[in-house]
Ligand binder design. Structure first.
Ligand code: PLP
Length: 407
């Protein structure tokens, strides 16, 4: 499957294709606890952690992080964790099996965003394409790498915009600008909270005569319902990369663990260019716990609670007369909602001044921080509200009520 025109050998940067990755002795000999490790200039006396050395960071599950092992470099390949991530995303409907060679694991998916740009875009020559409103790090990573950003907005026109991608407009721009190497598509979108239409994505993946990569950012995919991830498609399309993270549904933002499923050849390039020990051993151990057995049950339970609260916020916020529509979708753990300048039945319309006022009052006088998104394309007057616990929803509703009384 896939369109014609994609050729990895001419799409990736020549210096990356030619890169000899850093090799260490532990590529050949794994630390099994029995061999004497005199290869990596570590400190055999252990970590500088008085009082903690013999303690465990965590005592849940069978795998523990013993602080006394922190003087050793972590596994550079993370194959055990990668296998669990493949098991997590393997779709029973899909005959092509995901395998550890399909994966890049990084310090958050933010590392994958940057690694892809470094892999495919020659600074000050190549470009990326994004579809605003979207996640801000695609642009930041491009700017850091001196790579231009071309924008083809989501469909934000009309009375009820779909906030979906516009494949034929994207195709037109790609035809006129051969320097575009990467397209970042966020699904569910941030800040739109909406899944991208799979048929539109297929249209792009089956486009002929384009030599570039489509990156699908699925950071919020677990909130979108069972079986929505398209990670398995990376073995159907030679130029698709699907990024995910443990920062959202798995509640592990603090350990910084993101990953990208990719066709084996692309995953190899990404792994060649990463720092050899990018995933720390505490991160790896905790991630392994999160994506196996009891960790998955915890994630599922927390997700249920978040989905319940999401439904509650959708139901209860419109009772306030200055709350407008929810824009986008409800496929993520946040909602994008309009703040009006007057009550709905008096002709109130979404308004940035009012949205800013609500945002600031909530933060400065009520102790609740949401995100002002009114300046994003198609998001006039909008706040993006993350869905929290039951108590947090109670507080949100109560404090929003107070703010609306005051303004
Ligand atoms: C769409 C999207 N992608 C990626 C990320 C980054 O995730 P990570 O914590 O894995 O770097 C975020 C974080 O908010 C996000 O909203």
């Amino acid at each position: 499957m896939g369109g014609t025109g994609f050729d990895l050998k001419s799409c990736a940067r020549p210096n990356i294709l030619a890169l000899q990755p850093y090799r260490c002795a532990r590529d050949d000999y794994k630390d099994d606890g029995k061999i004497t490790l005199l290869d990596a200039n570590e400190n055999a006396h252990g970590p500088s952690l008085i009082g903690l050395r013999d303690q465990f960071l965590d005592s849940i599950g069978s795998k523990l992080i013993k602080f006394s092992g922190l003087n050793r470099y972590p596994d550079p390949h993370q194959n055990e964790l990668k296998q669990l991530l493949c098991d997590l995303r393997q779709s029973p409907k899909h005959s092509n099996h995901l395998k550890p060679d399909n994966l890049f694991v990084g310090v958050g998916s933010d590392e994958a965003i940057d690694a892809l740009i470094r892999c495919f875009c020659v600074p000050s020559v190549d470009k990326i394409l994004i579809c605003p409103p979207t996640y801000g790090m695609y642009t930041v990573a491009s700017q850091i790498n001196d790579v231009e950003v071309v924008k083809v907005p989501l469909d934000v026109e009309g009375e009820s915009p779909s906030f979906d991608i516009r494949p034929s407009s994207i195709q037109e721009i790609l035809r006129s600008d051969p320097r575009i190497k990467l397209i970042y598509i966020c699904s569910p979108g941030n800040p739109t909270g909406k899944l991208v239409d799979q048929r539109k994505l297929k249209y792009l993946l089956e486009m002929n005569n384009w030599n570039g990569i489509i990156v699908l950012d699925e950071a919020y995919i677990d909130f979108a319902g069972e079986g929505q991830s398209l990670a398995c498609w990376v073995n159907d399309y030679p130029n698709l990369v699907v990024m995910q993270t443990l920062s959202k549904a798995f509640g592990m933002a603090g350990i910084r663990l993101g990953f990208a499923f990719a066709p084996v050849e692309i995953a190899r390039l990404l792994n060649n260019l990463k720092a050899p020990y990018n995933i720390s051993s505490p991160t790896s151990t905790l991630a392994t716990q999160a994506v196996s057995g009891p960790g998955l049950t915890v994630m599922s339970n927390h997700r249920e609670l978040i989905i319940e609260q999401r439904a509650r916020v959708i139901q209860e916020l419109p009772r306030f007369s200055k709350i407008g529509r929810f824009l986008g979708g409800s496929d993520a753990n946040f909602l994008l909602v309009e703040i009006l300048n007057a009550p709905k039945d008096s002709g109130g319309v979404p308004d940035n001044v009012s949205a800013r006022e609500v945002y600031t009052r909530l933060a400065e006088t009520k102790g609740i921080v949401v995100r002002y998104r009114g300046d994003e394309l198609g998001c006039k007057g909008c706040l993006r509200i993350t869905i929290g616990t039951d108590q947090e929803t109670n507080k949100l509703i109560r404090k929003l009520g107070e703010v609306f009384q005051e303004i």
